[in-house]
Ligand binder design. Structure first.
Ligand code: NAD
Length: 476
């Protein structure tokens, strides 16, 4: 989305970078090196569809190769352009550094409206796009590893993995060329939900710090908090579902392409998602009030606003009217640099994208490690862990019986304690740890330096420092 009269998405990311770099002690040469996008490849390829040759335009931007492989999703949207993929690739560099996934930043995009094609056509187009990138090592297990983004999902990732395997038939690590694959094609449990789950873990961690919560003028925990979500796609759906089902938050409005649905008592997220899947939008959803001008709901009264659709939606045209005291950027770049400045002046707390939506790349990292190690997480330990726990339970029960103590472990405790960790448990644990640790690293900078006034600048500072260290150790 290009916002008239405002810097482009890439310029917006650069302005945010500059704000952080100004508070750091980098040499000007290194600062520039970190900021610029290393390379962007543009490809135009033809596919014969419905009896005609159609030409598609795709991009793969590599922002920083301080660590390899570089990592970043592939987006399918009609208005994808070079500026956008470069902005997203830069965000990937900073995001990976912040959550300590050992990757440089990359991003790809294809100018396409996927809803205009059937599954077979999309497969042909995806395979051809993948072929063009694979033959230039822009998809490669140790060079460049894509993942899903807006408009793509595990189906497209499975096609890409298969295309790579067809071109490199003896490559034992072929599956590690892309993440976000279905479980049966080398994927990992918990990847689909990962970004939304990460948003939930980020909010939980934020609410563990009453001082931070108070900065947003809020108190307590997530229970009962009124949430508005824009975009009920992969990220928005999972975030909304988990926050409402597991943390007691009330999702009072969901904004989609065709309008918004509002219910001050809280929406049933699963039912709404099913409705959208069936009817293509939120209009006529029977359990809530439909508002045609969905974007106006960004300005509604709520405790937490979750933009989870696309970039640039909070900009100079609406920022003054935004009332949410806390915004968590589940999408990449939903707030323009200009709007960000105004929100800071208003005292709005923003949990920034490079942290908030890092759950996806974190679990992608786990998937990549799984692919390279060729074994499911937990496969070796699970039953051994259960056997150890069983030993303890047996001993406690024996002691209780021998000494006539009458202790009885509740069946629920026993069931939960005796169960060894599955791959999903381990993935969630690793993600939770990552989100907590990254929050604490930003928070430390936020609270220890008076000139650091917000979480975004703190996040950039942590990330840039790590990238700088990496470049310095390479002799730059
Ligand atoms: P998606 O395609 O699954 O969902 C996007 C949703 O937003 C769809 O439901 C769509 O209908 C809706 N939408 C689009 N334009 C809208 C508009 N103008 N108003 C309201 N709703 C609109 O995409 P996604 O994967 O959920 O990605 C969403 C955002 O999250 C993007 O910014 C993406 O870069 C970011 N992100 C995604 C992942 C991931 O793992 N998928 C990871 C990190 C960041």
């Amino acid at each position: 989305m290009i916002v008239a009269g405002e810097p482009s998405f890439r310029e917006s990311v650069d302005l945010m970078f500059n704000r952080a770099a100004a508070l750091m002690n980098l040499s000007p040469g290194l600062e520039h090196k970190i900021k610029v996008c290393n390379a962007t490849y543009t490809v135009r390829f033809g596919v014969r569809l419905r009896g005609k040759i159609e030409t598609f335009v795709g991009y793969r931007a590599v922002h920083s190769e301080h660590l390899e492989p570089v990592k970043g999703g592939i987006r399918y949207a009609p208005n994808v352009h070079q500026d956008e993929v470069e902005a997203l690739a830069a965000l990937m560099t900073y995001k990976c550094a912040l959550v300590e996934t050992p990757f440089g930043g990359s991003k790809g995009g294809l100018c396409i409206d996927p809803r205009q094609y059937d599954e077979h056509e999309l497969e042909q187009i995806t395979r051809r796009f993948a072929y063009e990138l694979i033959k230039r090592d822009l998809i490669h297990p140790s060079q460049n590893v894509p993942a899903p983004d807006m408009g793509t999902g595990e189906r497209e990732m499975a096609w890409i993995a298969d295309q790579y395997a067809r071109m490199y038939t003896t490559e034992i690590n072929a599956r590690a060329c892309v993440t976000g694959k279905p479980l049966h094609s080398g994927g990992i449990a918990g990847r689909i939900e990962a970004t939304g789950r990460g948003v939930q873990y980020a909010l939980r961690e934020f609410f563990r710090h009453p001082e931070d919560v108070a900065k947003a003028g809020l108190s307590g925990d997530l229970d009962g908090k009124r949430v508005i979500v824009q975009g009920l796609g992969n990220v928005g759906y999972h975030a909304a579902l988990f926050l409402s089902q597991e943390d007691g938050a009330k999702v009072i409005a969901v904004l989609e392409r065709d309008g918004a649905i509002v219910d001050s008592d809280g929406l049933d997220i699963s039912a709404l998602r099913e409705w959208i899947a069936k009817h293509g939008g939120v209009a006529d959803y029977p359990y809530g009030t439909y508002i045609e001008d969905g974007a106006s709901l960004l300005e509604a009264d709520c405790d937490i606003l979750i933009p989870a659709a696309m970039e640039g939606v909070i900009n100079l045209t609406n920022v003054e009217r935004i009332r949410a005291p806390l915004i968590i950027e589940a999408a990449n770049g939903p707030i323009t640099a200009g709007a960000d400045e105004i929100l800071r002046k208003k005292g709005t707390v923003v949990i920034p994208d490079l942290y908030a939506n890092a759950g996806g790349v974190t679990v992608s990292y786990f998937e990549w490690v799984k692919n390279l190690s060729h074994i499911r997480f937990g496969r070796m330990q699970r039953r051994a862990e259960e056997a150890h726990h069983q030993l303890l339970v047996d001993e406690l029960e024996r002691l209780s019986a021998d000494k006539g103590l009458g202790w009885e472990l509740s069946p629920d405790f026993k069931r939960r304690y005796l169960q060894g960790a599955s791959e999903l448990d381990l993935v969630r644990s690793g993600l939770d740890d990552t989100m907590r640790t990254a929050y604490q690293s930003m928070r430390e900078v936020w609270h220890s330096r008076p000139e650091v006034t917000d979480l975004r600048v703190a996040a950039y500072m942590v990330a840039i420092e790590r990238v700088a260290l990496s470049y310095r150790s390479k002799g730059l």
